[in-house]
Write a protein that binds this ligand. Structure first.
Ligand code: TYD
Ligand code: MG
Length: 444
């Protein structure tokens, strides 16, 4: 008979303990522990019994005796997704795809699943969120080819049934949409609660490892950017991908935050279209606006680094003398505190009267930039708008320090190469100028 135990789990970081605590020793937050019951039942998948191991598995091996083959990976039909995964989906791996509701997670995975089934592989798409008709409707909307016989769809939310169906059908890939809507009678609590999510995820992970079937789970994100409740999930799975993008732009950026089988911080760029999601192999297509040729003041280019990729992005600034006691600062796509800091540096070290200016800064294409090497580009765009000097073919790559000095950006060579490749020659970096002032003099 399965034994049930009680445990307390921090809702923020997933720290697990047998007794209640007011403050989490892991993340330091108060009143985050929730109680739930788990059953120590042994999962039986098909015929296999995980508790019986062959003796050869228990004997430690010397490292030189272990043979290694490059893991065979399934390609998804999206090279952008494959790159983020580190070269496709590894057999038996468990991937969490997280993102805001409505960002396009189901669309991306449905499309990838259709691509994979097109190549003769069996895919099981489990949706607890949408009915079979809804999935059919979506597939009709996006499918460039007709859905094949290999594409199996299931619309249930019972974790245990899904696990046994996976064991019976043994598909080549399973997609769970979404992990928060899966539930089991073995655990107390409603779907989406900590205990349910942990239980379901653990069952799917066990299934994936035992049967060597890759499983991709979709997870929604709460307001504070955590994968709802279960940040625990990110410790349990092999890879965590984030799909980002806002409602008002079609750009979607896929990032890997964790990947046991590939690089982290890798990005893929997509565009949400009327007929599904489309990959963008050269991001300049969307991050540079067409007005580059006309050259209006207030626009400057930067080269931002995302994972191993460098790409050009246009920064736009608009600067006006303010009519308010408190000038307005609006930043979209960059951190507003970073903008405040740069404005203070511009006032102090470049004698630009920013305290009397309304400043608006925007990153074209809806991208969010955290790269400090974009500092110089932002300053140049503000300068360009303030002085009415068109600089839209100028590329700025440097971090700006509090003393108005330019600091070297990491991987500078790679960034410069990318800018040159696209035909830009006016590249301002910390290598040719030491201070912000010198950089401004050069464009006068
Ligand atoms: P969806 O994949 O359902 O998001 P998620 O699973 O992350 O919640 O995408 C929902 C949005 O995408 C919805 O607002 C409609 C839009 N959409 C398109 O623009 N084009 C399409 O082809 C599809 C299927 C959806
Ligand atoms: Mg969805």
């Amino acid at each position: 008979m399965a034994k049930s135990t009680t445990s307390f789990v921090c809702q923020e970081c997933g720290y697990d303990t047998v007794q209640y605590m007011g403050k989490c020793p892991e993340c330091g937050l108060w009143n985050t522990f929730k109680e739930f019951k788990t059953q120590n039942s042994k999962l039986k998948i098909g015929e296999s019994n995980t508790s019986v191991r062959h003796a050869s598995d228990i004997i430690p091996k010397t490292l030189d005796k272990i043979s290694y083959q490059a893991k065979d990976r399934q390609l998804t039909g999206f090279s952008e997704l494959d790159v983020v995964l580190g070269g496709g989906i590894v057999a038996g791996s468990v991937i969490l795809l997280a993102g805001d509701p409505g960002v396009g997670k189901s669309t991306l995975l449905l499309q990838a699943a259709l691509n994979i089934s097109d190549k003769g592989k069996t895919v099981l798409y489990v949706s607890a969120e949408e009915s079979l008709e809804q999935i059919k409707l979506r597939s009709l909307r996006i499918a460039k080819t007709k859905p094949t016989k290999n594409f199996l769809v299931l619309s249930i939310s019972d974790t245990d049934s899904v696990v046994s169906i996976i064991a019976q059908t043994k598909p080549d890939l399973v997609i769970i949409d979404s992990i928060q809507t899966m539930e089991s009678e073995n655990v107390a609590g409603l779907a989406g609660s900590m205990g349910q999510v942990r239980y379901s995820a653990a069952q799917f992970i066990k299934t994936a490892k035992t049967l060597k079937i890759p499983i991709i789970m979709i997870g929604h994100v709460t307001k504070d950017g955590m994968v709802a409740g279960p940040m625990v999930l990110s410790h349990m799975v092999d890879a965590v991908l984030f799909l980002e993008g806002d409602k008002f732009s079609a750009t979607r950026v896929l990032r890997s935050l964790k990947n046991r089988f590939g690089p982290v911080d890798e990005v893929g760029v997509f565009l949400m279209e009327e007929k599904g999601i489309e990959e963008i192999k050269s991001p300049e297509q969307i991050f540079l606006t067409k007005q580059q040729e006309e050259s209006l003041p207030g626009s400057v280019l930067i080269v931002t680094l995302e994972g191993s990729r460098a790409f050009l992005v246009e920064i736009q600034a608009l600067v006006n003398f303010t009519k308010m006691p408190m000038p307005r600062r609006v930043a979209s796509g960059i951190d507003s505190r970073r903008l405040e800091l740069l404005l203070a540096v511009l006032q102090k070290h470049a004698q630009i009267p920013t305290s009397g200016l309304d400043v608006f800064v925007n990153v074209a294409g809806g991208l969010k930039i955290q790269d400090p090497a974009s500092d110089l580009g932002i300053c140049l765009a503000i300068y360009s708008s303030f002085k009415n000097i068109p600089m839209s073919k100028t590329v700025g790559i440097a971090e700006v320090g509090l003393l108005g000095e330019l600091r070297a950006a990491p991987m500078l060579e790679k960034r410069i190469k990318e800018a040159r490749k696209l035909g830009f020659k006016d590249i301002i970096t910390s290598a040719n100028f030491k201070t912000l002032n010198q950089a401004f003099m050069s464009v006068k």
